[in-house]
Design a protein around this ligand. Sequence first.
Ligand code: F6R
Length: 261
Amino acid sequence: MEVIIRDTPETGCLLAAKIIARVVREKPDAVLGLATGRTPLMLYRELIRLHREEGLDFSRITTFNLDEYVGLPATHDQSYRWFMREHLFQHINIDQKNTHVPDGTAADMHVECRSYEQRILDAGGIDIQLLGLGRNGHIGFNEPTGSLRSRTWIKILSEQTLQDNSAVFGSLEEMPKHALTMGIGTILDARRVLLLAFGPAKVRAVEHMIEGPLAAICPGSALQLHPRATVILDENSAAGLRYADHYRWIDKNKFDWQRHK
Ligand code: F6R
């Protein structure tokens, strides 16, 4: 796992945007796996800026989002389809037909999940999967103790996730209790994964993900199995890491120094 510690979420997001922009430039028909939530907002803003000011071209890009709430139509302002349109898709030159978010209103959820996996395969697999990290260590909506080899499926949201995300729904009752999410196996199939975690609330999850044992109780720890996983932290989320100096040393002395320039 490549661990990069930046001063602030802003500088972390700028680096993440550089990494994604580089994938888009090098492979104009790349397949991007995307995430929602508070963490990637600045990264999306930077991608929009790169599109507007530097002509970053998304016209041949395909995207697959990690997850969607069960029961929320694309017209609901808390659906992840809505989020992606608001924060990225409507501001760049992506072909909407090539943007995929699981359909939380599908008549048959099992068929939808299987078809989502198939669509990823048909697109050639995901070149780079962006991830956030839940306070409980979840990635996508793969909550603690779920299978580390899971595929896209319906998951029950944990109490912690309901607490963390229910404010925007007004009340806990109005928040969906289920979501469709890529499985951990699906995520690990991406050719590269890029996880961002910022702020003091993520300290424990970050610690376990990077330095704890590989364990279903912290789904993020599954990234230890990935041959090309990059984790970008800020000083706050990295505060509990035992080997922070080691990661800084590696980052500073990288052989492949051009990678993040
Ligand atoms: C979002 C997702 C979640 C979030 C995680 C962190 O599509 O899959 O795993 O990445 O809950 O959320 P924030 O960024 O709001 O702290």
